[in-house]
Design a protein around this ligand. Structure first.
Ligand code: DI6
Ligand code: FE
Length: 409
């Protein structure tokens, strides 16, 4: 490291989440971190810090520094809300019944098509701010409430614009294959052709998506249809993610793993063969306990098997107006432990290192290590176990975004 740096943080404990450092959190107690430009240039025990000067020195007062949190699966840009469906589901109707009667995703499609880009921006901003206020520095945002070219582009542009005005990295994912739009009723294959031949190429041309996702489920698209979307994405050099096996076992996970997908998401109904396929292809699991909770699901993803197979397990909000209108990644960490049986350290890995894996950005984010982006949060806590345990009051004392000291929230 050079003897001059831009930012030096001393007197902190670092939960680096670096798997090469022993212990659940890759912890370095009484640490120092040096940052130059947007990157970490040195991290280690304070007593080993080389002689150096810094433009800004921050005394961490014995608090814990973690990587900035990563919410790797959201649908947070949408029009309207679905409070009335919440009431219907409380009255006994299922998510699938509501969807099949024209509600569900399609009701949000109507509201999103009708909304202006400015409306979408205004309604998404408080959701994004809520995430940032609890330590999030990277968010993935999916389209999928447009289901036509114009509205898919509108959603993705709004997501990109949100990133320009907030201290957060936003990765965008085109989820045009989310549901069948009403104008294609009975013509799902034709809609898939539209997605592959028009929507994805146009999105790629404007560089509006970092990845492509699809909803492979009995109430959405078949494995064969999703296979076509994957091929179209690969032709455009875009990585793939798949909403798979949330409601039933379909074979979507194996298909995704075979195609080298970055991640499969939900996966409550995966089988042993699916877990083996994920381990072989390096496909990450994205666990969405907030959707499980909201839909009162009872089938838990096979955490023990994923753990035993060494599959990276990310946790995310799934923030969306139907199955998880909850803008709290910290609550998801808590649910990941209480509902799915993760350990607190796995929960933190799920919103840092493993979430970076699920987004294909683990070479730049998700761990505190020299060479990676200095996206970090400093927490007033005695042990990182508190992050999964406490909900509501524990907020970052300081946040750093690309080396810049920013205010949380
Ligand atoms: N799975 C989900 O959890 C969201 N989309 C999807 O494919 C839910 C979307 C919604 O209900 O609006
Ligand atoms: Fe989702």
């Amino acid at each position: 490291m050079t003897e001059r740096c831009d930012l030096l943080i001393t007197n902190v404990h670092a939960a680096t989440m670096d798997p090469s450092i022993p212990g659940a959190y890759g912890a370095v107690e009484d640490a120092a971190v040096a940052v130059t430009g947007k990157k970490i240039v040195w991290i280690g025990p304070r007593r080993e810090l080389p002689e150096c000067t810094a433009d800004l020195v921050i005394d961490g007062e014995g608090q814990w520094l973690t990587p900035g949190l990563i919410d790797c699966h959201t649908h947070m840009v949408y029009g309207g809300h679905r409070a009335s469906e919440f009431a219907r589901r409380l009255g006994g109707e299922s998510y699938e019944e509501v969807a099949r009667s024209g509600g569900g995703i399609l009701s949000t499609v109507r509201a999103t098509r009708a909304a202006s880009a400015a409306d979408l921006y205004r309604s998404a901003e408080p959701r994004l701010r809520a995430l940032i206020a609890e330590g999030v520095t990277t968010v993935e945002v999916k389209s999928g409430y447009g289901l036509d070219l114009e509205t898919e582009l509108k959603q993705l542009r709004v997501a990109r614009r949100l990133a320009q005005h907030h201290p957060v990295n936003i990765l965008t994912t085109c989820l045009a294959a989310h549901a069948l739009p009403p104008e294609y009723d009975g013509r799902a294959d034709e809609y898939i052709d539209l997605v592959c031949e028009e929507i994805l190429p146009a999105v790629a041309k404007e560089q509006l998506a970092d990845a492509v996702d699809m909803f492979c489920e009995n109430i959405a698209f078949s494995v064969e249809q999703c296979q076509k979307v994957i091929l179209a994405a690969q032709k455009l050099d875009l990585p793939v993610k798949v909403h798979a096996e949330q409601l039933a076992s379909t074979g979507a996970t194996r298909m995704a793993a075979r195609a080298g997908a970055l991640s499969v998401e939900h996966i409550e109904y995966i089988t042993d063969a699916d877990v083996a396929a994920m381990a072989e292809s390096g496909t990450a699991a994205v666990l969405l306990p907030g959707a499980f909770y909201t839909l009162k699901e009872t089938r838990v993803p096979p955490i023990d098997k994923l753990r035993a197979a060494g599959v990276p397990m990310a946790i995310s909000t799934d923030l969306n107006p139907g199955s998880c209108p909850i803008a709290s990644l910290r609550l998801m960490m808590n649910m990941g432990c209480n509902l799915f049986g993760l350990t607190p350290a796995e929960a933190l890995a799920g919103v840092t290192r493993s979430a970076a894996r699920a987004l294909g950005i683990c070479c730049s984010r998700g761990v505190l290590r020299p060479g990676l982006r200095a996206d970090m949060a400093l927490w007033p806590m005695e042990t990182p176990d508190q992050l999964a345990y406490e909900v509501g009051a524990l907020k970052p004392a300081e946040m750093f975004f690309g080396g810049r000291h920013v205010t949380a929230g």
